[in-house]
Design a binder for this molecule. Structure first.
Ligand SMILES: C[S@@+](CC[C@H](N)C(=O)[O-])C[C@H]1O[C@@H](n2cnc3c(N)ncnc32)[C@H](O)[C@@H]1O
Length: 417
């Protein structure tokens, strides 16, 4: 709903005291959310009718939201808050907070080329994926036959089950709070279509990053090894730290890992001429040096996970090298497959999609220590993700997060078992 800006729009918005913020609600009651609340009638009446449920209304246009604010403000309700934003951007703020979503009389976007804008398109369903506390629950009401048919298909294709459906809601004996649009259509004698769709929070694969997730990265040990290899190749005017920086730069500037390009990059960075065997030696050392026994907590976690799900590995290093390294640590037997940076590297979506040939993206759980290259790209694809933040590098991050293997086991058990 686009409309002219009301004259007092900014004043109304600036004086609004019930925007949803990180602080959330003052209690832990369930949170229901309406996307596209329009002028706010449904939201207000629901919040009045169900004081033990918290409600969030989301509206894309501030002009429309200002009308809702005016309507809601006099009631001073502790269980109603709003957000002015596109539903695409709710991600981190509402991560795992919502019990159900209402889509009431969403814009139908009748042209095929605009299908992605429909609030039940695959793109939007991906955005909702991680908002639910656990299982997904969506209610839709609409006057529009085409949008309704599209929604039924799209939800089913995505993995939702339609648990209730009506082609004439007002003829049924269901509790129903009418929206502004609904009243209008009802008065015109148009039948209201209604659906309830659910999706269990099930995963089939768990994908682990390696460094600082499965294996704690030990920079000192790397530097020692790098010193040794430089000595072996008689690069005597450079230190391990220079090689470390060279590899870091190569990682930053290369879309994938390739022995030849890595060798020439490092040669030119270190101002020397290295044979290809340098990269082979480097890989062998990384695969076999400073091998520690894995912690009891990690083994207990992997034992538990392996019994329930397929476990995979996604690293940005050469897959073969890390496979050997994990084998030498006694860990690779837990894993079904490893994808490395040989063809493309995280955060490129292509490497994440390597895991979705036989399952849907939302059936994959990514676990990694880097918000930008492990977690965000997985979430953008509609995967589940848990940030493994053992080093507490992201204290303010609101995405699902764990600081230890024990905590990881607890979260996975609660959410997915
Ligand atoms: C047709 S109106 C329906 C309003 C209200 N739900 C009703 O039934 O009376 C749809 C509303 O959804 C809002 N909207 C559309 N796309 C949105 C999005 N991606 N995120 C948030 N709001 C959106 C529009 O601005 C509009 O106010």
């Amino acid at each position: 709903m686009r409309m002219r800006n009301p004259k007092d729009k900014m004043e109304v918005i600036n004086n609004c005291t019930f925007f949803y913020t990180e602080e959330g609600f003052s209690n832990s009651n369930l949170i229901h959310m309406e996307i596209g609340m329009g002028k706010g009638k449904f939201l207000l009446e629901m919040a009045l009718k169900y004081p033990n449920i918290n409600f969030i209304g989301v509206e894309k246009y501030s002009s429309v939201a200002s009308l809702a604010i005016k309507k809601i403000a006099p009631y001073n309700l502790p269980n109603l808050k709003i957000l002015i934003m596109d539903a695409k951007n709710l991600g981190e703020l509402l991560d795992h907070k919502i019990s159900c979503i209402y889509l009431n009389f969403s814009d139908p976007w009748p042209k095929k080329r605009h299908a992605k804008r429909r609030l039940t398109s695959e793109d939007y369903l991906k955005c909702y994926e991680n908002l639910f506390v656990k299982d997904a629950l969506i209610y839709q009401k609409t006057d529009n036959d085409d949008l309704f048919a599209f929604s039924l298909d799209s939800l089913k294709n995505y993995g939702y089950t339609i648990t209730d459906v009506s082609y004439d809601l007002h003829q049924e004996n269901k509790e129903n709070v009418m929206t502004e649009y609904e009243e209008k259509f009802h008065d015109q004698g148009i039948k209201i279509k209604y659906l309830k769709a659910t999706k269990a929070n099930k995963i089939k694969k768990i994908i682990f990053d390696v460094d600082d997730t499965l294996i704690m990265f030990d920079k000192e040990k790397y530097l020692e090894t790098y010193n040794n290899i430089l000595e072996k190749y008689q690069v005597l005017n450079k230190k391990g730290i220079d090689l470390y920086k060279a590899i870091g730069e190569y990682e930053k500037t290369s879309p994938c890992f390739n022995k030849e390009t890595m060798c020439s990059f490092i040669s030119s960075y270190l101002e020397t001429d290295l044979p290809l065997s340098f990269i082979d030696d480097l890989n062998n050392l990384i695969a076999s040096n400073w091998i520690y026994p894995p912690s009891k907590d990690l083994i207990s976690l992997l034992d538990f996970l392996k019994n329930n799900w397929e476990l995979d590995v996604l690293t940005n290093f050469f897959a073969g090298t890390y496979q050997k390294r994990l084998t030498n640590m006694g860990l690779f037997s837990y894993f079904h497959k490893i994808v490395g940076g040989d063809k493309a590297r995280k955060p490129d979506a292509q490497v994440f999609l390597e895991f979705t040939h036989d399952v849907k993206a939302h059936e994959c759980l990514m676990i990694g220590d880097n918000l930008e290259i492990d977690i965000k790209p997985a979430l953008n694809l509609g995967m589940k993700a848990i940030l493994f933040d053992a080093l507490d590098e992201y204290p303010t991050c609101k995405y699902l997060k764990s600081h230890s293997y024990e905590e990881l086991k607890k979260i996975i058990t609660e959410l997915f078992l």
